[in-house]
Design a protein around this ligand. Sequence first.
Ligand code: SF4
Ligand code: SF4
Length: 83
Amino acid sequence: MSTKWYPFIVESKCTGCIACVEFCEYGVLEEIDSKAHVMSKDNCIEGCKDCQKYCITKAIYFPDELEEMIKDGIIKCSCGEHE
Ligand code: SF4
Ligand code: SF4
């Protein structure tokens, strides 16, 4: 178990299909107001990305995907080398 490894869900990309919520057997994710939310971070399994495979809108990112998040416009690069 890890407190640092858990999914980041981009709310604007989440359709609320709850595929990820239903798939995760560790109770990390919950559906609230028709969106998936990370509710039990500590239950997430280090290195697991299984819920991401079920998200057809690509709303789920993980801590090792900062470059993808920058490329997809989810976060901005602060070092200036990833514009
Ligand atoms: S699978 Fe993706 S779109 Fe569906 S609820 Fe989860 S994050 Fe949202
Ligand atoms: S990465 Fe694995 S353990 Fe973590 S929320 Fe997704 S399916 Fe659950």
